[in-house]
Design a binder for this molecule. Structure first.
Ligand SMILES: CC(C)(COP(=O)(O)OP(=O)(O)OC[C@H]1O[C@@H](n2cnc3c(N)ncnc32)[C@H](O)[C@@H]1OP(=O)(O)O)[C@@H](O)C(=O)NCCC(=O)NCCS
Length: 192
């Protein structure tokens, strides 16, 4: 159990090193990356949140982490493996957000609600999604695997897997699937 938890923390560290060309060593990332500190703290207070008696301390720890890192993650949010929050300041992840594996969020990214009612009101991000600096994804929308959200976009509708969404309100651009290089096929007749 403990070793599994340690492995998850180590994966978070390696994700930061893989995604940030400026990261030089695990020690530098472990000591100097607020995005990594916020995700590690989340791993602790999300566990606390699952115990009904620990919800208030979980909330307070989440707020203390926000004060220290500038990143606010609600303890109820569901976050997959290897989330990397680059730069961090101003990131908000709301209570009913779901974040897949290998997601990258830049500073100022918001996974927020549009309406003030209870229930599912925050986005769901698939695996490998990248959310650019300052982008706001609002409401219970779905962002498909591998989609990219442009810096400062405001996303109010679902984004299909692999697509790019840019602008305010965000416009979805489907990226062309790279075509296979033309195969050079000899005329079989020359071998006859
Ligand atoms: C959205 C993004 C992922 C697209 O990258 P890409 O696939 O290389 O696409 P391109 O740069 O070819 O742009 C495709 C189109 O979207 C437009 N576009 C790209 N990013 C945009 C943005 N943030 N806002 C508005 N339009 C944008 C381009 O002008 C281009 O438009 P056109 O087809 O009319 O010429 C990228 O531009 C982006 O915003 N990444 C976020 C990076 C970030 O936040 N970095 C912070 C580092 S500190």
């Amino acid at each position: 159990m403990l070793s599994r938890f340690v492995r998850v923390l180590r994966d978070d560290l390696e994700a930061a090193r893989r995604r940030d060309p400026a990261a030089r060593s695990n020690l530098e990332v472990a000591l100097g990356y607020p995005g990594v500190h916020a995700v590690w703290a989340y791993r602790v207070f999300h566990r606390m949140w699952r115990e009904p008696g620990l919800r208030l301390p979980a909330r307070l720890l989440s707020q203390a982490t926000r004060a220290a890192t500038g990143i606010e993650i609600h303890p109820g949010a569901q976050i997959g493996h290897r989330l990397f929050i680059d730069h961090g300041m101003g990131v908000v992840i709301g209570e009913t957000s779901v974040v897949g594996d290998d997601v990258v969020l830049f500073h100022g990214a918001t996974l927020g609600g549009k309406a003030m009612r209870k229930g599912k009101r925050h986005p769901t991000l698939g695996d490998g999604v990248v959310v650019g600096a300052g982008a706001k994804i609002l409401g219970p929308v779905w962002i498909g695997d591998g989609a990219q959200i442009g810096a400062n976009a405001v996303v109010l509708k679902d984004v299909p897997p692999g697509a790019v969404a840019v602008g305010v309100p965000a416009e979805v651009r489907i990226r062309p699937v790279p075509s296979l290089p033309e195969l050079e096929v000899d005329d079989p007749a020359i071998y006859i």
